[in-house]
Design a protein around this ligand. Structure first.
Ligand code: SAM
Length: 196
């Protein structure tokens, strides 16, 4: 599948099938979720990335990070606590003739020494259960202290994400944006944008 100048290998591609026999992501990192495409569309139209240093949280197969590296010239670290996503990330990066780094860490493990080297944090469909709300809230506070410029989180509109957005509502630089794309298909959701 091709969209936004990206190549995505689908679940039935020979190379993906080979990986599936060996590596089994256990916490929903088993495919590219629609929110990735939604965030890519937003990044494409808003020009929010440029040549920044980008950290993707809960990257799974990391399509959004790969987009930032390939199409926006960013230097990208994709992070996920599930090490079994890395081979899929590497394959998607290779299919797109680009390179991203992988950091095998969950949100709570990402401390200020790492955040100090980051301009923009992105994440798609990572606030999928209530136990993700507090780690994300703490990460946002650490990012502010570490002088990260912007955080962009995309979600189909699950309730934990809505709860996180509500906790931040009214704070300076915070916006919750309804977003929709037709590429590569109809997808609707929300972008939580936090500018420090
Ligand atoms: C629904 S998937 C989304 C994957 C990818 N962002 C996408 O849009 O295709 C959720 C991802 O969050 C990761 N995850 C789970 N717990 C996490 C945590 N505590 N910190 C960071 N990522 C986590 C999972 O391993 C998985 O890759």
């Amino acid at each position: 599948m091709n969209a936004h100048g990206l190549t995505l290998l689908l679940g039935n591609h020979t190379e993906i099938l080979k990986l599936k026999r060996k590596f089994k992501p256990s916490n929903h990192g088993n495919k590219v979720w629609d929110s990735s495409w939604l965030l890519i569309d937003y990044l494409c139209r808003s020009g929010a990335i440029g040549y920044s240093r980008v950290l993707e949280l809960g990257c799974g197969w990391g399509l959004t990070g790969v987009y930032c590296a390939k199409k926006q010239g960013a230097s990208v670290i994709c992070s996920d606590p599930d090490e079994d996503v890395q081979p899929y990330l590497n394959l998607i990066a290779k299919a797109n003739h680009t390179k991203v780094d992988f950091l095998n860490m969950g949100i709570d493990q990402i401390k200020r020494n790492i955040l100090k080297e980051v301009d923009v944090i992105i994440g798609s469909d990572i606030c999928f259960c209530d136990t993700m709300i507090d780690p994300l809230r703490r990460l946002i506070n650490r990012a502010k202290k570490a002088s990260v410029k912007k955080i962009l989180l995309c979600d189909p509109g699950r309730w934990p994400f809505e709860d996180l957005a509500e906790l931040l509502e009214g704070k300076k630089g915070v916006a919750l944006i309804d977003w929709e794309t037709h590429t590569p298909k109809e997808i609707k959701g929300k972008i939580l944008e936090i500018c420090f």
